[in-house]
Design a protein around this ligand. Sequence first.
Ligand SMILES: *[C@@H]1O[C@H](CO)[C@@H](O)[C@H](O)[C@H]1NC(C)=O
Ligand SMILES: *[C@@H]1O[C@H](CO)[C@@H](O)[C@H](O)[C@H]1NC(C)=O
Ligand SMILES: *[C@@H]1O[C@H](CO)[C@@H](O)[C@H](O)[C@H]1NC(C)=O
Ligand SMILES: *[C@@H]1O[C@H](CO)[C@@H](O)[C@H](O)[C@H]1NC(C)=O
Ligand SMILES: *[C@@H]1O[C@H](CO)[C@@H](O)[C@H](O)[C@H]1NC(C)=O
Length: 429
Amino acid sequence: MSARAAETHRSARSAAASSKRLRFPGTTMNKLLCCALVFLDISIKWTTQETFPPKYLHYDQETSHQLLCDKCPPGTYLKQHCTAKWKTVCAPCPDHYYTDSWHTSDECLYCSPVCKELQYVKQECNRTHNRVCECKEGRYLEIEFCLKHRSCPPGFGVVQAGTPERNTVCKRCPDGFFSNETSSKAPCRKHTNCSVFGVLLTQKGNATHDNICSGNSESTQKCGIDVTLCEEAFFRFAVPTKFTPNWLSVLVDNLPGTKVNAESVERIKRRHSSQEQTFQLLKLWKHQNKDQDIVKKIIQDIDLCENSVQRHIGHANLTFEQLRSLMESLPGKKVGAEDIEKTTKACKPSDQILKLLSLWRIKNGDQDTLKGLMHALKHSKTYHFPKTVTQSLKKTIRFLHSFTMYKLYQKLFLEMIGNQVQSVKISCL
Ligand SMILES: *[C@@H]1O[C@H](CO)[C@@H](O)[C@H](O)[C@H]1NC(C)=O
Ligand SMILES: *[C@@H]1O[C@H](CO)[C@@H](O)[C@H](O)[C@H]1NC(C)=O
Ligand SMILES: *[C@@H]1O[C@H](CO)[C@@H](O)[C@H](O)[C@H]1NC(C)=O
Ligand SMILES: *[C@@H]1O[C@H](CO)[C@@H](O)[C@H](O)[C@H]1NC(C)=O
Ligand SMILES: *[C@@H]1O[C@H](CO)[C@@H](O)[C@H](O)[C@H]1NC(C)=O
């Protein structure tokens, strides 16, 4: 019924449309006249476009003249054609009847009957509008029935949501996207970018599965900080930086345990400036060699360092606004409000600054966080940091600069690689 209703409505519309065309009742015309009238038709259509109310041609039998009569407005029907003396007479449509355009019909159209089950009345019938029925939420009209919108299976996402007239359109998730649910609404989602959270990718996702990042569970305690301030300071300064053109290869060859593969080394070289490369390499090496004695020792020492940093920075219990201005004060690319909000939800207060600093570092291509912080402190007045915060940060920086742990490692690393490098300058803070 519903479909038929729509059908009736449609044919009613086209009937109304065709009734707008000129008709000359009761006259038979020869071909010549017909052609002349087609011409007339065109020229009248052209001229009547600007006239209001719209007009139609009527052959008045009394005077044997063609007259230009007013059409009838929506909501009425034509009761009497105009004459030489009188205007067109239009009368209102009776109940349950309508006309929805300017026309010349002597009848109104019957409104479509009540809507079907699974439909609702989108628009009630009145003199100027037909009743419009529509499938209820979650369904669309297919021939006669309101069918449920299709759900896209895992591996497929919604590219066009269903409407009352059209089914859902699904598409296979492209590379880098996934959908792990059956849904008529959900589009494919982007694979989680592990590096944004500062963790490594451990299992690459596909169309049905998200990427799996390393340390998802362990990082909940540390709120996903991949490289802490201590690790950063350690990696940056424990190893004497630079020297020979093939420094990175020398380091790769001499670090104990599983070697960082050539592909990763190439990537590091491509993506990072020469002073960042050592840091990047050690980060990766540590991650791949957690069971190596030297790495265990490094981790222990780093833990000690972290306890101290926590002690220094733990007092800085910052509000959202304060975290925001701290992030604003760091140079380079900014960590936005959205990340700050996520961080305040995911991390305990004492970890929030550290997490945000780590996000800033990643965002800025592994910039030196301590340098960033010093820059921020220099401008702390502009950003109105509370005194407690400035003091905590200053203490933290001072502590990291004076921490001697990596001096020991400098020696150790030097011994490991010493004989391979002819001229090594130890870089101190
Ligand atoms: C008829 O219905 C239409 C759409 O629902 C509305 O815009 C219009 O104002 C109504 N007309 C009258 C006369 O009630
Ligand atoms: C789909 O993936 C998201 C993100 O990885 C996950 O949180 C959710 O639990 C998964 N849902 C199902 C049904 O596997
Ligand atoms: C992940 O994020 C990093 C850092 O924001 C960006 O450089 C990289 O292109 C991203 N990777 C993908 C696959 O989007
Ligand atoms: C997608 O990855 C999951 C888990 O990593 C695996 O079980 C599944 O078979 C993979 N699907 C395809 C189509 O490769
Ligand atoms: C930090 O602030 C929150 C809320 O303002 C409060 O609940 C918490 O106890 C504070 N923590 C410290 C260590 O001051």
